[in-house]
Design a protein around this ligand. Structure first.
Ligand code: SF4
Length: 405
């Protein structure tokens, strides 16, 4: 029987505070419940036909299986590592955004991609798949707070300001993390840049430095800084651009000296990990291996034993000797899954009270059932479509990334 997520006797306002604050979010209580019982539903979620609200996990399972059987090989379901278990179990392919982008591009004969991830991932799938393939995001409210930190108009303005200081002929290559709007991918494609993921950021930066003298990197400052530092670029040659301040809060001298101009964006989920948590894990678990994601702060990555993309984290733990202990600095759904998949090792999250990625979490099985049953009935809802001009240039930037291998 499904447990309820909502503690009894709490008002709506209290629940919002409780579940919005990672210090109080009861992540261990994230068990499957009907959508109507999820506190998040009341304010964060896209409207959905009422009939889906009260469906039990078992009924949703049944309806999703029936819809999939009707759609057969016309449909592929992609699931990002950070999806909760009750959604990831429906995925034909799982992976990080890089791996899923490749899967989307490689599928033949499909008509529909149901992308259980967030909005920018569905956009990338639409760009990479043939024109007739329709990409669906089960819940349109599933965005990415980091991607939202790079508003395209702010990025365009920053690009102009940087060139005003460094000159129109300055050889600056723009590089955007996969976690960005399609319009920003198009922006970098049109200006000789490329997209990167946490799996290939080092290769993307090398590619960029073969073609230019400086890199303008957005939206995640931490991935840019950690990757640049690992390539031997000192911290004082990476300048932070705060889009809220005139001239990005920096100086012409700092811009001239910088090899990398970092956008002041971050992932709220990964920025929570701290050096103190690493020290505590080492005190309490002698011999522990600490592995973190490169969206964590620089000092956290430096203090860890190793770091890497979600794919690398999963592979490292899978291939580690039995009996080893792993403290992991990434999203809690993935860490919990790694713990289950590696019963011969001890795997735990560096931050025991960390919340799931709140935007990924907006994909509930009810949305999967709704969007699939709509397709069966001949109606596509929640389609993510990138306009032709944006598609053209973002495809250039994505193909440059895919060619990195
Ligand atoms: S974990 Fe962070 S970067 Fe990834 S989708 Fe969630 S908010 Fe965005």
């Amino acid at each position: 029987m499904a447990a309820t997520l909502a503690p009894a006797g709490k008002s709506y306002a209290e629940l919002l505070v409780l579940y919005s604050d990672p210090d109080t979010c009861p992540a261990e209580a994230l068990a499957p419940v009907p959508l109507a019982q999820e506190p998040a539903f009341v304010s964060w979620q896209q409207d959905i036909p009422r009939v889906y609200l009260e469906m039990s996990p078992e009924e949703l399972d049944h309806r999703i299986a029936a819809a999939r059987a009707r759609l057969g090989s016309k449909l592929v379901i992609l699931g990002h590592h950070y999806q909760r278990d009750e959604v990831i179990k429906y995925a034909d392919f799982t992976g990080d955004s890089f791996k899923l982008a490749r899967h989307a591009a490689e599928q033949e004969g499909i008509e529909y991609v149901l992308f259980c991830g967030v909005h920018f991932m569905a956009e990338s799938a639409d760009i990479l798949t043939p024109e007739h393939v329709r990409v669906i995001l089960p819940n349109m409210a599933a965005g990415c707070s980091m991607a939202d930190m790079a508003d395209p108009d702010d990025v365009y303005a920053a690009w102009d300001e940087i060139h005003e200081v460094l000159g129109e002929d300055a050889r600056i290559i723009p590089v955007t993390y996969m976690n960005s709007a399609a319009s920003l991918k198009a922006f970098v494609g049109e200006r000789g840049g490329l997209v990167c993921t946490s799996s290939n950021a080092d290769r993307a930066l090398r590619w960029a430095f073969e073609r230019g003298e400086k890199v303008f990197f957005f939206p995640d400052q931490h991935l840019g800084r950690n990757t640049g530092y690992a390539m031997g670029i000192p911290l004082d040659e990476m300048v932070l651009w705060n889009w809220r301040l005139p001239m990005g809060g920096t100086t012409p001298e700092a811009l001239r000296k910088a090899k990398i101009i970092l956008w002041q964006g971050h992932c709220s989920t990964h920025q929570r990990f701290t050096v103190e948590q690493i020290e505590k894990a080492r005190r309490e678990h002698p011999g522990v291996h600490v592995i973190v994601h490169p969206e964590c702060r620089w000092e956290v990555v430096q203090a860890a034993d190793s770091y890497g993309s979600t794919e690398k984290i999963a592979k490292t733990i899978r291939e580690a000797p039995a009996g080893t202990t792993w403290a992991v600095g990434t999203e809690i759904n993935l860490v919990n899954r790694l713990a289950k998949q590696n019963p011969d090792k001890t795997v735990f999250c560096l931050d025991p009270v960390v919340c799931p990625c709140s935007t990924m979490y907006r994909i509930h099985p009810a949305y999967v059932a709704w969007t699939l049953e709509a397709i069966v009935q001949g109606q596509v809802v929640n389609e993510v479509r990138v306009d032709p001009e944006t598609r053209k240039w973002s495809l250039v930037a994505l193909e440059r990334m895919l060619e990195l291998g």
